[in-house]
Design a protein around this ligand. Structure first.
Ligand code: NDP
Length: 275
């Protein structure tokens, strides 16, 4: 199965479906990422703070998959924002991953109370120039944070990775992204299991109509919305299930009904508050 790609504003492309490893136990990460690579995923989304970059790197190495067939993202943690601390942080992430470059390096949260995100962004520009990250972007940035780094640097972020699922569909940030050529990545695409999306009528009915699971319908909604998505699962069955989303299509009516589930409710922290 070839996963569709999304073109980023720096001339690179990213597989639209990947595998996320938030809350994947560091001891289990090698096995779980190996399961994902065997299921066909070629895009892995990790972060320094997840503590599992070593396991991710071991799975990549053992897979024997050529490096240029893999897309690896990691993230600069809040405590490492700044210039030299960002340089040190990418070096440590690369060492743990066993890689000489990541495909995408993100500022994990803006942390406006520290006001270091523009300085950190300028450091990420240098990290990209050094070749340690092919593309650079941000995560959990609100419109005002994006405006500040666009105005204060010469690089528009390639992506903004934000909480996004049918109950929190982030229309204003997605529209800002479309306007400014910033791709939207959806974290918590299944509501992190904290929100019972799967029993909601538009999702359950579409699942029954297509002979797919509610999780597959939600992932299909993301793909047809244009989001980049990387569901996490510890289970080999669900890892495979979440990859099996390319043999059906939601109708316009089904998409509209799922769009109508937006309640503007987050399952995660607010970007102005997370530090
Ligand atoms: P998800 O929305 O991917 O939900 C994961 C939960 O859903 C787990 O409890 C998992 O359980 C369950 N699940 C997975 N597949 C299925 C399925 N087919 N049917 C039923 N339940 C399922 O949440 P995440 O927070 O993990 O988001 C995805 C990724 O986004 C992260 O792993 C991370 O890479 C990234 N992220 C980024 C953040 C940021 O601040 N930038 C914040 C949070 C996440 P089980 O494991 O038992 O299958």
């Amino acid at each position: 199965m070839t996963v569709p790609t999304i073109a980023l504003n720096d001339g690179t492309t990213i597989p639209q479906l990947g595998f996320g490893v938030f809350k994947v136990d560091p001891e289990q990460a090698e096995r779980i990422v190996t399961d994902a690579l065997e299921a066909g995923y070629r895009h892995i989304d990790t972060a320094a703070i997840y503590g599992n970059e070593i396991g991710v790197g071991k799975a990549i190495e053992k897979s024997g998959i050529p490096r240029d067939e893999l897309y690896v993202t990691t993230k600069l943690w809040n405590a490492d924002q700044g210039t030299q601390s960002a340089f040190d942080a990418i070096d440590l992430s690369l060492e743990k991953l066993g890689l000489d470059r990541v495909n995408l390096y993100l500022i994990h949260w803006p942390v406006p109370s520290r006001d270091l995100y523009l300085e950190s962004w300028l450091a990420l520009e240098q990290i990209r120039e050094s070749g340690k990250a092919v593309s650079i972007g941000v995560s959990n940035f609100q419109i005002e944070h994006l405006e500040k780094i666009i105005a204060g640097s010469s690089t528009v972020p390639a992506v903004n990775q934000i909480e996004l699922h049918p109950a929190f569909s982030q229309a204003p940030l997605r529209a800002f992204g479309r306007l400014n050529n910033i791709a939207t990545e959806a974290w918590g695409p299944l509501g992190q299991g904290k929100y019972d999306l799967f029993d909601l009528a538009p999702i359950a009915e579409a699942a029954a109509a297509h002979g797919k699971t509610p999780a597959q319908v939600v992932l299909r909604w993301h793909l047809q919305t244009g989001n980049i998505v990387f569901p996490k699962s510890n289970s080999p069955e669900r890892i495979a299930e979440n990859f099996d989303v390319f043999d059906f299509e939601l109708s316009n009516a089904e998409m509209t009904a799922i769009d109508g589930l937006d309640e503007g409710k987050r399952v995660g922290g607010h970007p102005d508050e997370v530090s």
